[in-house]
Design a protein around this ligand. Structure first.
Ligand code: ARG
Length: 457
């Protein structure tokens, strides 16, 4: 298709390194849609005859049907999906096919196709996030009042509610969603009509192709139009951060399903066995979600590095933008679906969580807080007194909330009987009613607020 000025053909390895069809064939739907929009616009502008435009459109639909049916004949000499489609079109309709590429270059064509793909990828990510979000909210509601240990440094710190913990992930997922939505709004300008880089002498109606393809407007600068891949970076960044959130949740599933924790039972549907240890029930899906995040982060880095040294406008390096994007897209879709499935099916073990939350004198802060609010003790001193009570409990081989009033009084006479009921893990969690706190009533409010936010989207 570009052989006019060449005498000899490319070397076999040149052909191989140059070809991208094995990767970019995934863009066939977008390529056909963009070509149909382009041909229709050319006809409206009188650049293409109505008959040729009709032949091209029908031919493109035929090519689409063939590819859909798995009949794409890959040929390295045809390099990429754009030339495959055009070549097949020329076989089907003859000379008119050669007019489709008027006022167009593969440079604006590939930018347009790729944008359409990324836009769809964003829409899919939003759907996946919505599904995960609603599962998290449902499970949080189920366990709004169940107490678990809250950790800092992976040391049991203060009791929290499982609902609160799950809703923390909902916050991350909601931010991820907004990042994808932002990226979509920012990217939705059409490169089509930028041509090779300089625009074209033909009288195009770029707004019409932009509108036909669902873009808000044509992009403003033709050089930027063919060289911009920010939309792919935005997608990959949103995907990478989302995958990091999924990875943290996956890590908790792995930990929680392990015997020393025992906070969750992994259902059969999300477990695998060992070929040697019949006792095993391995959390492979969670581990793979955790692992996939490494690859998605790598994909983001790959495209950033790909772009950083590129002069304007198009360079063939840009052909390498697709493998990381496709890889990240596929991994993210799977990870979101697997995570929604696992969270929905996980069997939480609230008794075990409660027992661990109660161990380790986790309500020592509550005793200190009680001394501050009921006995007017400065917090630093209250902290010290509570620490001595913990030491007394340890010496007596008891949990803090098992000490008798006499034993507490021996630590500090200002502790009275009103302090005792404050030291259960349930009372501790229920006391944390500050805005955004872990008290079950706050968690239920957070759930209602999340549902209102979702309804308003
Ligand atoms: N396959 C190419 C890509 O994906 C299409 C653009 C080719 N442009 C060119 N001037 N060779 O980037």
């Amino acid at each position: 298709m570009w052989g006019g000025r060449f005498g000899g053909g490319p070397a076999a390895v040149m052909r191989e390194i140059n070809a991208s069809i094995s990767v970019d064939k995934r863009l066939w739907r977008e390529d056909i849609a963009a070509s149909r929009a382009h041909a229709a616009m050319l006809a409206m502008q009188g650049i293409l005859s109505v008959e040729d435009a009709k032949a091209i459109d029908e031919g493109l639909l035929q090519v689409a049907a063939e590819i859909e049916a798995g009949q794409l004949q890959e040929d390295l000499a045809l390099e990429d999906i754009h030339m495959h489609v055009e070549h097949r079109l020329s076989q089907l309709i003859g000379d008119a096919a050669g007019r489709l590429h008027t006022a167009r270059s593969r440079n604006d064509q590939v930018a347009t196709d790729f944008k359409l793909f990324v836009r769809r990828a964003i829409d899919e990510a939003v759907l996946g996030l919505d599904a995960l979000e609603s599962v998290l909210i449902a499970r949080a509601e189920e366990h709004a009042g169940d107490v678990m240990p809250g950790f800092t440094h992976l040391q049991s710190g203060q009791p929290v509610t499982l609902g609160h913990h799950l809703m923390a992930y909902r916050e991350m997922i909601a931010r991820d969603r907004s990042r994808f939505v932002d990226a979509r709004a920012r990217m939705n300008e059409s490169p089509l009509g930028s041509a090779a880089l300089a625009g074209t002498g033909f009288n195009l109606d770029r707004a019409s192709t932009a509108g036909a393809l669902g873009f808000d407007r044509p992009n403003a600068n033709s050089i930027d139009g063919v060289s911009d891949r920010d939309f792919a970076v935005d997608y990959l960044h949103a995907a990478a951060l989302c995958s990091v959130h999924l990875s943290r949740l996956a890590e908790e599933i792995v930990l929680w399903a392990s015997q020393p924790f025992g906070f969750v039972k992994l259902p059969d549907a999300w477990s695998t066995g060992s070929s040697i240890m019949p006792n095993k029930r391995n959390p492979d899906a969670a581990e793979l979600v955790r692992g996939h995040s490494a690859r998605i982060i790598g994909d983001l880095v790959a495209i950033l590095v790909l772009l950083k040294g590129l002069p304007l406008a198009y360079a063939k390096d840009l052909q390498d933008d697709k493998p990381p994007l496709f890889d990240a897209h596929d991994l993210l879709e799977l990870s979101l679906a697997a995570m929604a499935g696992m969270i929905s099916d996980l069997e939480f073990v609230p008794e075990r969580m409660r027992a661990v939350a109660a161990a380790g004198h986790a309500t020592a802060t509550d005793l200190a807080d009680w001394l501050v609010s009921e006995a007017d003790v400065p917090f630093r001193e209250a902290h010290h007194i509570s620490g001595r009570a913990v030491a007394a409990a340890e010496a007596a081989g008891k949990a803090l909330d098992e000490l008798t009033l006499e034993e507490f009084r021996a630590v500090d006479p200002r502790i009275d009987e009103r302090a005792l009921p404050r030291l259960s893990v349930e009372a501790s969690a229920a006391a944390r009613r500050s805005a955004g706190g872990t008290a079950p009533e706050r968690v239920r409010e957070a759930i209602a607020a999340a549902r209102a936010q979702i309804a308003a989207r």
